[in-house]
Design a protein around this ligand. Structure first.
Ligand code: 6LW
Length: 535
């Protein structure tokens, strides 16, 4: 087979950045927001099959997410390699404000990565470019200070954002020399972001994103003969977008590109995009792979086609390795609590030297109930994985003896703190064990409850792409009780719920603001895509 299917990384993996390793093969990082650990990193030999390698920020001393709101936290990272050292730059965002830019380094991309070095740099979406002379240039986007000044003139003078640059001395991790404003974007009134700089045949190309990360998202490019500018937008801008393809095109919101050359001499770009169903998407922004051809005028994305395809030709002259098709993340079976696919909300799970409410031991996950709930910004006792398929089934077996009506433990489906659904075991008004299913959205709560069986309980959530259905049964009991069919995947979709993430799901427990000594135990988690279409 000489084709592959897009996306190459499914589920919420926004703002992809890619680099080539000196020994061949590629590395890719994506955004992680309020989830811990931060910045998932993947390895590939062919740009198509990506294997989780771990996380760049996997220690509490590197990343403190306490109090971080949904969709704040770690935004758009860039990964680069230079003379055997790997660099990741990213932003820790609070209250949707940038400025918390940092750099971490490693000689082995599987870890460990250094402590962050915080940089005195405005804005978001930092990137690094190593020029042929070895100098390292830091770029990022920030507010355009002259945007409301009627006396400023020139192209994009009134645009809200600007891309800027300063040299970074990587020996000291300090900025040196002047700052340069590079470009304010190709589109009148649009915010320019996600800069990445490349050099081709002596010309510098600044690739950016514009139009917002929704339906008008686009890739634009400016070029210059000197690294510090002035940069001029290509006449062909935007060089890639799906904004003109109509609302029923299967891939939408395409933008935020990063380019990489293969050893065979081809250039490919990773970009983010979404796959809505009936106008709504729950899977978040996923990673798509698209060919790029360099022409006199600059990079041509998807040459001869003009858009990202669900089926694309494979990169040339990279042999397939037998037996591997996609990421290791697709199906998670029992015993895999240690898989890199799991994340927590803001809090690390068990690691040596720290106490944590989230403990995995062989086949069991133990969650000590925390006051923090899914609706807040405090650490939550939860272990969640991305929903990677429109059609899937997930289940887990819960052992829990709630001691008070504020205690609950179960399975959660989370878009953000204002849009999530849970099926949990708790206590009713008369102290009886009840299963409660709650869909919490901006429209209010929809709640159903049913008497809970004694003993261990199997909880399940399944989706057909249009609905989420929640079910339970006593372990060893054949009868399944369907709790609630949430008719609107849209309630948990980004179009309605907002934010930058996608749906995650898995075990959670909370004592809803109270202190508690209770522990909920989970075993036999399974997540399985249903059907063979890969969607
Ligand atoms: C990311 C920026 C963006 O930093 O969303 O819409 C931010 N664009 O490029 C978070 O993913």
């Amino acid at each position: 087979m000489t084709t592959f299917s897009n996306p190459v990384l499914t589920g919420f993996h926004p703002d992809p950045s890619v680099c080539r390793r000196p020994d061949g093969g590629f590395l890719l990082v994506t955004s992680s927001f309020e989830y811990f650990p931060g910045v998932p990193i993947f390895a590939s030999h062919d740009l198509v099959s990506w294997t989780p390698l771990g996380h760049v920020l996997d220690r509490k001393d590197q990343l403190d997410l306490a109090g971080i709101d949904s969709s704040d936290g770690i935004w758009a990272a860039t990964i680069r390699e230079h003379e055997g050292t790997y660099y990741v730059v990213s932003t820790l965002v609070r209250d949707r404000k940038g400025g918390g830019n940092f750099v971490v380094t490693a000689t082995d991309p599987a870890g460990s990565w250094s402590e962050p070095v915080w940089l005195p740099a405005d804005g978001i979406d930092p990137s690094l470019f190593f020029d042929d002379d070895g100098r390292c240039w830091f770029t990022a986007c920030r507010d355009n200070p002259g945007r409301n000044d009627p006396n400023t003139s020139g192209l994009g003078a009134g645009n809200p954002g600007e891309l800027w640059m300063q040299e970074l001395d990587t020996a000291t991790m300090r900025f040196v020399g002047d700052q340069y404003v590079l470009w304010r974007g190709a589109m009148e009134g649009a915010w320019v972001e996600g800069p990445h700089l490349y050099k081709r045949d002596g010309i510098y190309y600044l690739v950016a994103a514009e139009g917002g990360t929704e339906r008008n998202h686009a890739v634009t490019v400016a070029s210059s003969t000197t690294v510090t500018g002035p940069y001029r937008g290509l006449a062909s801008n935007p060089v890639l977008t799906h904004r003109h393809l109509g609302s029923d095109f299967p891939i939408q919101n395409v933008g935020h590109a990063d380019l990489v050359d293969t050893a065979a001499g081809e250039t490919w770009a990773v970009v983010l995009g979404v796959r809505p169903k009936n106008g709504h998407h729950v899977l978040g922004r996923e990673v798509f792979l698209v060919p790029v051809r360099w022409e006199q005028s600059g990079p041509v994305f998807a040459p001869g086609v003009g858009h990202i395809r669900l089926w694309e030709r494979r990169p040339a002259n990279i042999p397939r390795r037998p037996g591997r098709t996609r990421t290791d993340n697709a199906a998670i079976t029992p015993d895999q609590w240690h898989s890199f696919a799991w994340s927590t909300l803001r809090y690390p799970r068990a690691e040596s030297g720290i106490s944590t409410p989230i403990v995995t031991d062989g086949k069991r996950l133990s969650l000590s109930l925390l006051p923090g709930g899914l609706g807040g910004v405090d650490p939550v006792a939860a272990l969640l994985r991305r929903q990677e398929h429109h059609v899937f089934a997930a289940r887990v077996i819960l052992q829990f003896d709630p001691l008070s009506p504020v205690e609950e433990a179960g399975i959660a489906v989370v878009q953000n703190r204002n849009a999530f659904a849970t099926t949990s075991l708790g206590l009713g008004a008369a102290g009886e064990r009840v299963i409660v299913t709650r869909v919490h959205t901006g429209d209010g709560d929809v709640v159903t409850s049913a008497p809970a069986p004694e003993g261990s309980i199997e909880l399940a959530v399944v989706s057909d792409g249009a609905t989420y259905e929640f079910l339970f049964r006593g372990v060893g009991v054949d009868r399944v009780t369907a709790m609630l069919v949430e008719s609107g995947v849209r309630h948990l979709g980004t179009e309605q719920a907002g934010g930058f993430t996608g749906v995650t799901l898995g075990p959670y427990a909370t004592s809803n603001g109270a202190l508690s000594d209770s522990v909920a135990t989970f075993t036999d988690f399974r997540y399985e895509p249903v059907g063979t279409s890969g969607v």
